[in-house]
Structures are given as structure tokens and as C-alpha cells.
Design a protein around this ligand. Sequence first.
Ligand code: ANZ
Ligand code: ZN
Length: 803
Amino acid sequence: MKYDFAAIEKKWQDVWDRENTFAAQNDYTKPKYYALVEFPYPSGQGLHVGHPRSYTALDIVARKKRLEGYNVLYPMGWDAFGLPTENFAIKNHIHPEIVTAKNVARFKSQLKSLGLSFDWNREINTTDPAYYKWTQWIFLQLFKKGLAYKSEMAVNWCTSCKCVLANEEVVNGVCERCGSEVVRKVKSQWMLKITEYAQRLIDDLDLPDINYIDRVKISQKNWIGRSTGAEVDFGTTQGDVLKIYTTRPDTLFGATYMVISPEHPYIEKWVDVIENLADVRAYQEEAAKKSDFERTELVKDKTGVELKGVKGINPVNGKEIPIFISDYVLMGYGTGAIMAVPAHDTRDYDFAKAFDLPIIEVVAGGDVEKEAFTDCATGVMVNSDFLTGLSVEEAKVKIIDWLKENGKGEPKVNFKLRDWVFSRQRYWGEPIPLVYCEKCGWVPVPEEELPLRLPEVDSYEPTDDGQSPLAKMTDWVNTTCPHCGAPAKRETDTMPQWAGSSWYFMRYCDPHNDEALASQEALNYWLPVDWYNGGMEHTTLHLLYSRFWHKFLYDIGVVSCSEPYAKRTSHGMILGENGEKMSKSRGNVVNPDDIISEYGADTMRLYEMFIGDFEKSAPWNTASIKGCKRFLERIWNLQDILTDGDSYRPELESAFHKTVKKVSEDIEALKFNTAIAAMMALLNEVSDTGSINRAELKTMLVLLNPFAPHLTEEIYEAQGYEGRLSAQPWAVYEEAKCKDDTVEIVVQVNGKIRTKLTVAADIAKADAFALAKADERVKAAVEGKNLVKEIFVPGKLVNFVVK
Ligand code: ANZ
Ligand code: ZN
């Protein structure tokens, strides 16, 4: 019989659909397991071979957990709002809804062809009004609690398209679409106060029941960027107090100049005294064009302009020092002003060198003639008056006391995290459900009127002045104030793509509920997600945004746990055969459809799990996919050598127990590749005996089922086992039977290896020596010599010392 994977896979996919095999049960008394993968953006390109790496991994987990008796929720949906679809719609004059539906259909059939055990009854789509009704509802709750506010924000503005661009649309400072210059422009935007949650978003990562892999935890913490230091009041010759933020108040005596951001409000205050205003204005204009990222890059040449006519005054010694504007100081962080300590800060050092400014060493131990001495936490203070001789740590404490006593400053904690810019001047997003009334201000659309649907528009292009295309729909825009009934206008901005994905894991718990985002019982039962896997690229923003929304919903009593995900892992990327990132331009893209039709879904699944360490990136390798195919064919052919037998044969007993143990543990530990290797080794051992009995085959099929579900289910049925394989219990092992019966030990003479022997694992010392001495090579090495010592390390070695 030939292994006809195409027929087998089609057959079982139909059976699973028909029998609803993978539906999560609404029986809240059973032990539950919620496995989650990041839902895709249904792009026009279809599925990428990177998607199945994550989906198959958690499919394996989900299938194993079902066999272990859990009520498993493994859902899938579509994160379908967003720019590529909108841009496609603009170019081709097709409604984004139609584009989305087409892309979703393609993605779905591709996912089905992989045999993924998603519960399709719970499929969601963020662009479905029944879904975004609740995205809007959450926004309104944030608004009502004062966590959504409007603020002037710098946005990317394409001078030629005359529209606001998302960061992703700005490539090397120019518009991705037309190549024209992009400038920063100040516009009024909706913001969410995620900063209010900054401390909790850090602290809760260390809750005892939260299990994130380290690099994910670290990237969350880095993104939030908590820093501790002090705000210090510098004087100025204009009499104004110029507040700075520093993490190193201990270095105050080393401050030789100050820098304020080009947007700092004091510049306007000082226009009349600044002697070189034209230079200052020119510099401000240049800085306005750059992104924060470009501005703060370490390697960049330092530029700036001194504010002539005004000086800063260092509060610790009364010294007058120059004040510069430079783009490396950002207005959005700290106070937008710094004291520069070139001896101990690299950027200040580079700047001081470029502008020939004094460099005063205040922590001993480096060589500030050559470079900034930054790694000086354990150093001793010098040139610092009352701080001289103290350690850096002592100096920090003492200077903060001094600042407090003298009313010149106080300790301060800062976060890198900024509030979340939540509006987009775009069509294909959730309308922000607010109305502006001249009398009442911003008024929420009444909750019973949600969803506030996207109106039909004539064109999806933003207006000339950068407003959302919704602004052109005056019938829709003009409304009445829900509060006082006066004429009012709707907000025309829409939400960012991040909105829908910030709570989608909640919706899966109860996806058809139209009374609430999900029922309380469903949320209490299913949350937190037990295991969430996704790309490293989403371990900053998406993870942070969704944790923020979850915490907010926890605070207002919607969910009953403070963190959404109990465990978060991340898979490595699949690279092209040449080791480079897969991309159209490199011509190294592998299409999953082609692989499935040539080798079958089971081989594809197995291969993607075998390709290397799950957490590391791995290049595609066609030779290795063939190896996976051969393995499955050999499993298929076991049917030809099947015999009766309802327990493992003694010679294979420990091999089976060991493999069950290894596969069980490896799946939980993300080591899918070594789990597969263990099954391959077991297959070899079985094949060596020339037959397999029914008990042995059943265990093989159970172990392999999560990896190759179609093939295993087919063999199970064909060989007349009872019921469905997907309804069997997971394989069990006995610890006592996992021990090796035999081990290989090394035999040395005077520390040099002479031979290796295979002996019983529990061999007695005397027997080991006797066996070793009987070996010809050992005999030759000890011949005519005096045996002075015999050493035995159980399970490892025998060593004879001779003279
Ligand atoms: C003096 C100093 C001496 C500094 C020294 C560092 C080392 P974190 O919070 O760790 O990122 N800084 C403060 N506000 C800034 C702004 N708006 N734009 C750019 N840089 C700013 O780093 C805080 C440090 O970055 C502060 O401490 C300040 O330089 C600078 F040996 O003050 B420091
Ligand atoms: Zn009103």
C-alpha cells in the first residue's frame, strides 16, 4: 500500500470538520487549557512558511493537551484592519471589505490544508462590526476613566501626498509610496494613558504564576524603560529655573554645559536675548524633520547651536556654563533639558569634542583623555567638593539629600514608555465613537448605539489637509450631541491596527456574545491564556498594549485575573535556503502550498518542527524535508510488519517508556526537534526487530499524532483500533522503566582509553573489572606490569593504574 498523503489529508480534514472534533466545550467544570497563537493579518500574499512554525507548535501542544483530557481552546481569527488592505483598495478601487474577505478565504483554506486543530466555530475578525462594537466599547470605558485624551502630537507628514504616514510608511526619511520628503507636523491626536500602568506592567512580569521566556521579559522591561535619578534645578542668567533630568546626580560637579531640546519652550521665552536667533531657527527646522530614532542614534555625528546671550548656572558650585540646543535631547523625555557631563556620558563626550568644551573627570578610574568613562558604578568620586572620596552609590545618596535640603531638586523615576498615539487619519479602522459638541466638548456615542459602523465612502484617500476620508462624509460627520441635542460633529479619526489585537484573546472565550465582550463565566474559566506563542517582533508593542488593556479591564471588573497570558514564548524566523530573510526581492520565498502539494501537510508540519531549535531562526532546507517524508513513509510501512500483542516486548520496553517520557517533556519545553529525533530513534529500534506489535504501534501513533495527525489517524483506523485516535488518552510511562538496561563504559589503562564495553547498567564492580580484564586490548596493555589500582565509576568507566 502506498502512502497517499493527498487523499488521506483531505479525508481527515473533512472528518474533523464534520465531527467538530476540535470544538472547545462550554463545560466549565472540566480542567481547561487555552493555547493561543498570534492571529494573522490576512495580507494579499497568503500564508508564509513562517506562520505554520508557530501554529504547528501550539497545535502540537493543543492536541497533546486534548489527549491528556483537557478541555482545550485553540482558536484562530483575523487581524484584518490596516494599511496594506487600504492601500490596495485605493489603488484598485475595491472596497477594503471585499479585499479582506478574499484574503481571509485564502488564508483559511491554507490553514485548513495544514490540518491545524483550530476551533473554527470561534473564528473572529476584527473588522466585523459585531467584533469592533466591543473594541469601541473598551475605548469608551477608557475615555470615561480619563485614560483617553486629545493632545498635540508630532506626526509624519508626506509633503507630496499631503497625508499623515504611519512610521512603517516612512523609509529612510522619505515616503514609501512617492519617495518625497517626510516632515514632522503637529496634529491633534487621541492618546491612551498607558504610562499610568508603566510600573504595574513591569512589576507583574515577575508574578509567580507568570512564565515568560527571559528575552521576552527583558524586551518588555526595556521598552517600558524605567530609570531612576533626580530632577535638578539649574539657574540661568535670565533668572529662569531650568529643570533637568539626570540618572547621575552624583556627577553634578562634572557638568560643563547644558543642552535643551530644539523644541524646548524656553527658546521662545528667550527670543529677545538670543543673539544668534537665525542659526537657532535654522537648526530647529532641521531637527523637526528627523525622527526620535534618528536623533538619538549613538553613532551619529553630534550637531547643535549654542544659545548666545544666556547661560546656565550649576546649583552645586554657582558656575556659569553654556546652553546648547541639540537634537540628541528629546522634548518627550524627562524635562527636555540635560546637564552634560562629557567625562562620563558618551554622547556628551562626542558633543564636547566636536564643540571643544571642557571635560572634567568626577569619577576616577577611566581615561577621559581618550573616551568617556561610563562604566563607573564602582568608582570613587574626584573633583567634586563635598562628594570627593565617596563611592558613586554614596555620592548619589548624599547629593540627593543636599538637593532636597537646598530646594534644588528631588529624586525622580522616569519611564521611556510614552502614551499611546491612538488615532489614525485612515479609513480602514474602527471609528472612534465620540462626538464633538461646542457646548459639551467630547461626548461618547451612547453604548446602545454601538457598533458605530464605518460609513461607505467615495474614496479611501485621506483629505488634502491630512484628515481621514471619513471627514468628507458630511452626512455622517454632522450629527447631534448625545448630551444636549445641539448640532455636533463626529470624530473622523479611526483606531490604529493595534486596537483589535489588544483584546482578541478575550473574545475567543465567547465569540458570539452581543451583550458583553464575553460572558463573565467564560472569561473566568478560560483566562488567563495558558500558553501564548508569537513572533519576537510582537514582544514589545502588541504584548504591552494587550497587557495594558487587560489590566484596565481587570481594574473595571471585566476580567478577574491581572495578567492575560500565563506563559509567553517566541519562535525563531524561518529563513531562505541561503540563510537570508525570505523576501520577494531575494527570490528565496518558499510557498507553503507548494510544499503541501509536493510532500503533504504532515511532512510539512514535521519538517517545520524538526528544522532546528524552535526559538532560533533556521534556514529552509529541502534535503531535510525529504528526510521527514521518508520517516513518515517508514511509519506507514509499519503496517506491513504488524503482529498481535497487547504489551511491549521486553527488549523494547525501556525504549518505549523512555521515548514517551522524552516526547512528553520535550513538547512542554519547546523542544519539538528533539522530540522528533527521539521518535526517529525509536522507529529504528523497532525496525531492527523486524516487526511491531499492536500495543507498540498504538503508542507510536499516539506520540506522533500531534505532529502528523492525518497519517496517524489513518493508520489507526485502517488497522481497526477502536474509536478515533484523537479521542485516545495520551501515552503514559513508568519512571522505573525509563532506565537504560545496558550502558557503554570506557576502559582505560593509566588514563588512556583501550576499549569500550557494553554492560548491564547495574553491573557490580567486580564483574566490571573481570569483563575489562578479559578484553584483548586491555590484556595487551597490562601484560607484564604491576596492577597498583583499580577504579570504577558506575555507568561510566573502569581505569587500571599499572607500573
Ligand atoms: C547627566 C549624566 C551623566 C547622564 C552621566 C548620564 C551619564 P536614561 O533615563 O537611563 O535613558 N537625558 C535626560 N533627559 C534626556 C532627554 N530628554 N533626551 C536625551 N537625553 C536625556 O538616561 C537618562 C540620562 O540621559 C540622563 O542622565 C541624561 O544624561 C540624559 F555620566 O545626566 B544624564
Ligand atoms: Zn452638547
